[in-house]
Design a protein around this ligand. Sequence first.
Ligand code: AQP
Length: 340
Amino acid sequence: MSATHTPRIFSGIQPSGGLTLGNYLGALKRFAEYQGGAAETIYCVVDLHAITVWQDPEALRAQTREAAAAFMAAGVDPVQSVLFNQSQVPAHAEMAWLFNTVARVGWMYRMTQFKDKAGKNSENASLGLLAYPALMAADILTYHATAVPVGEDQKQHLELTRDIAAKFNHDYGVDFFPMTNPLIEGVATRVMSLRDGSKKMSKSDPSDASRINLTDDADTIAQKIRKARTDADPLPGSMEGLQDRPEARNLVNIYAALSGETGDQVLARFEGQGFGAFKPALAEVAVSVLSPITAKMTELKSDPAEIDRILGDGAERAEAIARPIVERTKEIMGMIRSRR
Ligand code: AQP
């Protein structure tokens, strides 16, 4: 018999730099949209993940507050949702250790994100970077989350979360952890770099011109879009015509995600036109969507103590959900729980 789990959505973002348009369209925007539905929503600034690559402590603090401000500026309401930073809820790290004993080393070495981030010198990568997906499984399963909204790049990690849940349930003869569903939806599940249509837009890309940051002002956004790599051909009338034009496809997808249209609807208006016409229109729509968010982030960041209060409050609410699940997991694994 299969256990039924309360619908619960969990997702997180690393404070490993400033957040980008990719994080906004692939994740943040959608986090706000899931609020008020049938599922409880739990959102987390995953600082324990960020330190798998060295972070300057002062910068990490600032980036964590900035990420929290971005969640709220994008519409996450810290009363309606649970919003906190991961390291304030010890259940994540405890559960990650338990899952380190369930997950297999071979599974970790197969993760493309590990290969990308560790590069050629993988022997020198932190052990945490290799074990990252077990911590991610812990983040999700310590809340018995049933669905996780993410961008396309996290699909493989979510499959691994399901593998860990299934192996745990099998090894201990229980039906305790749910099979979490990835929610990868919309036209911008993989926003690409503005400099290279084969690479995803990323906050840790060494080139600032490759991304639009949520803190960029209107002039910077317009300039980055103007300099974005494209080709010399005019735009076709539908997305089919962009199959072999990754940079052009990316810009049209970004436009569509920002304006709430499909790529085909956007192209119906721009058919036959070149990027000289398309780029300023894209800059205009990007600025109109992003500037209120940037302004709200600036306002929220001016009161860091209030952000810290919100994160602390969210951590207490998160802990109340997570603690019994971690304790039960340890019990299932045979650990004595006699402490009062
Ligand atoms: N380019 C993207 N397009 C769509 N979604 C994206 N996400 C990230 N980049 C894009 C989604 O944002 C959420 C948070 O991601 P993360 O911060 O946990 O780490 P990441 O996926 O590794 O993102 P970055 O920006 O590339 O960070 P760094 O450079 O530190 O590795 C996830 O849901 C992700 O899918």
